[in-house]
Ligand binder design. Structure first.
Ligand code: ARG
Ligand code: ZN
Length: 843
């Protein structure tokens, strides 16, 4: 029963006002909803009144004051057109729900004694009968009755007394942005004055005992508020901004109007318990949810096909923010690594879909890397194509024109066409076409003239065999043999299947540095000699391509190791040696450049090159390569490990975090040459989680760290977020043959709570970070994941669906692995499980 974009119809009724009363009780919460409807002047007349509603026990219903008997069906309730009075309608309904038994964590549920909600995308219909669609926007008034001390909802506090509180949100919003929280919570509080002079109370609500872990989130929030004013001219629009940390939460966080709800792992941090990358995630996600206030809440989506309108844009905004706060080049490298690891993988598998899908069965399964991360790439490309100033003009127009509306990708493209005075209809194909485009490069050099020929094609994806040429911005420059730049960065626009670009009058044959800054989300096939790559690694003016050159060198070597049993040659090791000790380079950059491609990355590139990847051979080649690097660079690694001190109190800022990253990376590599001596030493004296966990991981990776693991657990057994790390590190680094057995054993641990999404992911989901373990030839990894998937599906279908993406690369592998996976997927299917992965031959 898929829903199609093409079938969109405007809502027959609009809502002018919503008043909700909640009488909270774990197994019998009463919700009284008063909703004022009015016929939509833009819809045809004569429609039934259809309200969404799921799992609601209807106690009573009234229409314009008269009690009516309505018989809900499975998905809602209909009042036939002939029973509807003319004009405006006053709907009132009382329903009963049971938050305590709600393990799906959608709608109103309980997390360790506290009530909270998650309504995006379609959770509000589990709270009351309502037109649960984003193009119905209304102001909300909410009354909460409960003995719990803290009672929160959207908007501004209106009034409160013993056992009750009322909230009023004047900004019309769709139901998916509704939120309610009730619990025994404490706040860390601060204030912020907006550029418009509004004095805003900021609160971060946590459980007692966690108050000392909110400072960084608060700091990130204030910086986000300043940044959105300065860069996008957007100010906050309520008198309070509340954030709540919840232990049981399906995803990262949620941008409910004035009441953001967060997975506690993206709020709580202290130097001893959070790593530098946890701090960076907190900063990013706090900013992301805050930025949604304008891109998502004030301007929302007409329907869920337009999800990337808010998510792609908000991810792009959080990427810009993080670049401004930290380092643009390092952030860009990290973002591209994530894009390739998650979105390219999605595009190459059975779940490939466009940034704006054309149909869906379950919208929850479309909160994907494609909608989020590729969506952000499309905005980055738009900015590159129209330029900074016109990008700004387009955004100003977007906010001015669409504030308070529920919009589409067409509205978005239109503001760019107007602001830039250019036709973007071809560019718009990016939103509708799935798959990662390939750009093949050929070059010609004659009489001082260099000609670059680019060809594009996008591979077939399920249900979308025909692909049209896209507009691909290719930022590029030309380097001379001495490393000096002959032609500085220019942006070529590739908009046909094949195009040539000529650069005349050059003194010598150049080395082309293409796709600088990763200017488009494509696979670039540019064969370069290892000398040229080494030249770029040493001299490219574009930091992304410097990184990329080193990465390509490493990938080529690892391919040769896997396929031919080759060993890394001196070129690569020399280049790496120079890079590591180059003090002109940001330590964070050096740390990244010291990472060799991961197992899944190599499986993907080998498959793309026409090979069947062997997870065991890949794992073995990586182990050998890391050992050879460690042996060849031992003195340099020791030097940087010693040099990267971070004196003074712990700071999670980019500078210190970069130094720690390089230290931990050097120590991890050294472990492969010194049997973990330096790592054991770092573990013993670490006073922060980055170094403690990094050092323990380095030991686990060489088959050691048993003692340290026991010590780690004893030290942190009371801290849920650190115990998650304790579980996942063991799984990630387990020897391939032992991985499934270890996971099985950890699920018997008293701290394994399979209904808590973070814990579940840290044990079962962590197998995804151990590809050789997951793909072990006996199929134990597949069976274990399938067993848990079946078990979890009835309890928390969203988490189960996410776990199923472990299987999405199944077509890469050999016949025997494919057969094992196929059997497990069939077994899952036979349990009526609606996992999104399909096993059809043609998928
Ligand atoms: N809008 C939230 C965020 O990006 C995520 C909501 C995810 N919802 C879901 N059903 N998966 O920022
Ligand atoms: Zn978002």
């Amino acid at each position: 029963q898929p829903i199609h974009l093409a079938d969109y119809q405007p809502p027959p009724f609009l809502v002018d006002d919503v008043a909700l009363t909640f009488r909270l009780a774990p197994t019998a919460t009463r919700v009284i909803a008063k909703v004022r409807f009015r016929p939509n002047p833009d819809a045809s007349p004569g429609h039934d009144l259809r309200l969404d509603g799921e799992g609601l026990k209807l106690i009573s219903a009234h229409l314009n004051g008269a009690e009516i008997t309505a018989q809900p069906d499975e998905s809602g309730l209909t009042i036939p057109a002939q029973d509807l009075p003319e004009g405006a309608l006053d709907w009132q309904a009382e329903v009963e729900i049971a938050p305590d038994g709600n393990t799906a964590l959608e709608g109103l549920y309980m997390s360790r004694g506290m009530y909270c909600t998650q309504c995006e995308a379609e959770g509000f219909r589990k709270i009351t009968f309502y037109p649960d669609r984003p193009d119905v926007m209304a102001p909300f008034r909410v009354r909460i009755e409960s003995d719990l001390p803290v009672l929160l909802s959207n908007g501004n506090p209106a009034s409160s007394g013993q056992g009750w509180a009322e909230w009023h949100d004047p900004h019309p919003k769709p139901a998916y942005l509704f939120a309610l929280v009730a619990g025994d919570l404490v706040a860390a509080s601060d204030r912020f004055t907006t550029m418009e002079g509004r004095d805003v109370a900021l609160n971060i609500w946590v459980r007692k005992g966690d108050e000392d872990k909110t400072a960084y989130a608060m700091d990130a929030l204030k910086r986000s508020m300043v940044w959105d004013e300065q860069v996008y001219g957007r100010a906050y629009d309520l008198d309070v901004f509340n954030i709540v940390a919840v232990d049981d939460f399906n995803m990262g966080a949620m941008e409910n109007k004035g009441l953001n709800i967060f997975n506690s792992r993206y709020v709580l941090a202290s130097p001893q318990t959070a790593t530098d990358s946890d701090y960076a995630s907190i900063e990013r996600i706090i900013a992301h949810e805050y930025f949604h206030n304008w891109t998502g809440n004030r301007i929302t989506c007409r329907d869920w096909f337009q999800l990337s309108l808010k998510e792609g844009l908000t991810v792009y905004r959080d990427q810009q923010f993080m670049g401004d706060m930290r380092s643009h080049s390092v952030k860009r490298i990290e973002d591209v690594l994530t894009l390739r690891a998650r979105q390219f993988r999605e595009d190459d598998g059975p779940l490939a879909h466009p940034v704006r899908p054309e149909s869906y069965v379950e919208i929850n399964n479309f909160y994907t890397a494609t909608v989020y991360e590729k969506g952000a790439e499309l905005i980055r490309m738009l900015q590159l194509l129209v330029g900074q100033d016109r990008y700004k003009a387009a955004l100003d127009l977007y906010f001015a024109r669409h504030d308070g509306q529920a919009c589409t990708i067409e509205d978005w493209i239109a503001v760019f066409e107007e602001a830039a005075g250019r036709d973007l209809s071809q560019f718009k194909r990016w939103y509708g076409q799935a798959g990662t485009p390939r750009v093949d490069v050929s070059e010609d050099w004659q009489d001082g003239s260099y000609t670059l020929t680019l060809r594009q094609h996008t591979p077939d994806t399920p249900g979308q065999p025909l692909k049209e040429p896209l507009v691909i911005p290719v930022a590029m420059g030309l380097l001379g043999a001495d490393g000096a730049e002959m032609v500085p960065t220019t942006v070529l626009e590739l908009d046909s299947p094949e195009q040539s670009f000529t650069f005349p009058d050059l003194p010598a044959r150049p080395v082309a540095s293409l796709l600088r800054g990763f200017s488009a989300p494509v696979v670039l096939n540019h064969s370069l000699s290892s000398e040229d790559r080494a030249l770029m690694l040493a001299h490219d003016t574009d930091p992304f391509n410097r990184f990329e050159a080193g990465r390509a060198l490493a990938r080529d070597i690892l391919h040769a190791m896997v396929l031919e049993g080759a060993t890394p040659g001196p070129d690569y090791l020399n280049a790496l040696r120079t890079m590591v000790s180059d003090e002109a380079l940001d330590p964070a950059f050096r740390a990244l450049a010291l990472h060799i491609p991961g197992q899944d990355d190599l499986a993907s590139s080998l498959y793309a090159a026409g090979h069947v990847p062997d997870p065991d051979a890949i794992q073995a080649a990586r182990t050998t390569a890391l050992r050879l690097i460690a042996e060849a660079l031992r003195p340099q690694l020791q030097d940087v490990a010693n040099a990267m001190q971070t004196p003074g109190p712990y700071s999670p800022d980019a500078r210190d975090a970069g130094r720690r990253a390089l230290k931990v990376q050097a120590v991890s590599l050294l472990a492969r040459a010194d049997e973990g001596a330096k790592a054991a030493e770092l573990f013993a004296r670490a006073d922060n989680m980055t170094e403690q966990l990094g050092a323990w991981g380095a030991l686990l990776a060489i088959g050691k760290g048993q003692e340290e693991g026991a010590q780690f657990y004893r030290q942190w057994a009371q801290d849920r977020l650190v115990v998650d790390k304790w579980f996942s590190a063991q799984v990630m680094y387990a020897a391939p043959k032992a991985a499934a057995g270890l996971v099985q054993q950890l699920t018997q641990h008293p701290d394994f709570e399979w209904k808590n999404p973070n814990r579940f992911r840290s044990v079962i989901g962590a197998l995804g970070a151990n590809p050789a373990g997951f793909h072990a030839t006996d199929g134990a990894g597949y069976k274990l994941v399938a067993d848990w998937l079946i078990r979890l599906d009835g309890v928390n279908p969203q988490s189960a669906a996410r776990l199923s993406t472990l299987f999405e690369t199944w077509r890469r592998y050999d016949a025997s692995r494919q057969a094992l996976i196929r059997a497990e997927l069939q077994r899952i299917r036979s349990q009526d499980n609606l996992i999104p992965i399909s096993i059809d031959q043609n998928s």
